[in-house]
Write a protein that binds this ligand. Structure first.
Ligand SMILES: Nc1nc2c(ncn2[C@@H]2O[C@H](COP(=O)(O)OP(=O)(O)O)[C@@H](O)[C@H]2O)c(=O)[nH]1
Ligand SMILES: [Mg+2]
Length: 302
């Protein structure tokens, strides 16, 4: 009986996807191909569980580019399992996709790191896009296009800080007051800190502290967007959740959804390759060998 290699050749790529193994695991019947008392039943159930685990994305890039914030944004906005540099551990080996964070035109270290991740499963973002050209998103688009040209992969501008925005009602009320007074975000961040006319106590604490907190949490562009939203809708009192939603929408994170979807088939392929390797090991042990080898056959009619 022909035995497939653990890593399928390109020719086997379509075969592996329509194999008896793929059908069994995707219909939830993998463990049931053997009897209830089979010594491999628990191993098959375990392998099926692993095959169906949630999509896992490893976030990488040079330190300081915003990797931890990107990982948090992926978890909070897209509900995927994301591993940032702070969480690297046993989970990193299970990555399905890699998300590489650039901070600008790639440097030598970026090229070196990018060469270590699988190109067909890597999505590249220009992080902290909000810091490129305050108030003019086309600047980040242009930088991202330049990066894409250099590395030969699409580059998505993204502001993870905005994707993670979680302004409170009090902070929103404070910003609403500024918008009503006609205040706009100055081009120098320090001027926002000192813009307070009086060092008044606000409902959220000392005004300077509140302003510093807002800069840290959503930065200049976030404040700029929030002030614009609050000024525009002065009549119908937008809530914190309205402002947060606008900040999330402006962050660019939603553009990653199609980029992730496009790679679902390749992720499925690599998971099947891993599953085959496990089933091959089980078959080699001998119990229920015929059943397992039948599963491993490639190119059978569905
Ligand atoms: N303006 C802005 N700052 C960000 C963004 N993402 C991260 N930062 C800030 O950059 C610093 C480093 O972030 P971190 O996620 O820990 O980067 P890491 O060292 O690559 O993990 C922190 O002060 C973040 O608040 C972003 O999208 N925009
Ligand atoms: Mg960090």
């Amino acid at each position: 009986m022909p035995h497939a290699a653990p890593i399928a050749s390109p020719g086997a790529l379509s075969g592996i996807r329509s194999s008896a193994l793929a059908r069994a695991v995707e219909s939830g019947e993998l463990a049931a191909v053997v009897g209830p008392d089979s010594p491999v039943r628990a191993d098959l159930a375990d392998a099926a569980g692993r095959y169906a685990r949630p999509l896992q994305i490893a976030v990488c890039g040079r330190p300081g580019t915003g990797r931890d914030t990107v990982a948090r944004a992926l978890r909070e906005r897209l509900s995927v399992t994301a591993i940032g540099p702070g969480e690297v551990g046993e989970g990193a080996a299970d990555a399905d996709l890699w998300l590489y964070v650039l901070s600008g035109p790639p440097r030598r270290a970026d090229h070196t790191l990018l060469a270590t991740v699988p190109r067909d499963r890597t999505i590249v973002v220009l992080g902290k896009a909000d810091t490129h050209g305050l108030g003019d998103a086309t600047v980040a688009d242009a930088v991202a296009a330049e990066c894409a040209e250099t590395i030969g992969l699409p580059v998505h501008p993204m502001s993870a800080l905005l994707a993670c925005a979680d302004l409170s009602d009090d902070e929103t009320d404070f910003l609403r007051g500024l918008a009503a007074a006609g205040e706009t975000m100055p081009s120098m961040a320090a001027q926002f800190l000192t813009a307070s006319t009086q060092s008044a106590e606000t409902s959220v604490g000392d005004e300077r502290t509140v302003r510093a907190g807002l800069l840290r949490r959503i930065d200049q562009r976030g404040i700029d967007i929030a002030l614009a939203v609050l000024a525009e809708c002065a009549g119908d009192e937008p809530t914190a959740s309205t402002v947060n939603r606008e900040l999330h929408a402006e962050s660019g994170i939603h553009a990653l959804v199609p980029a992730i979807r496009e790679r679902v088939e390749i992720v499925r392929y690599w998971r099947l390759v891993e599953l085959r390797a496990r089933v091959e090991l089980l078959a080699a042990r001998g119990a229920d060998r015929d059943v397992l080898e039948h599963l491993l056959q490639i190119g059978e009619a569905a």
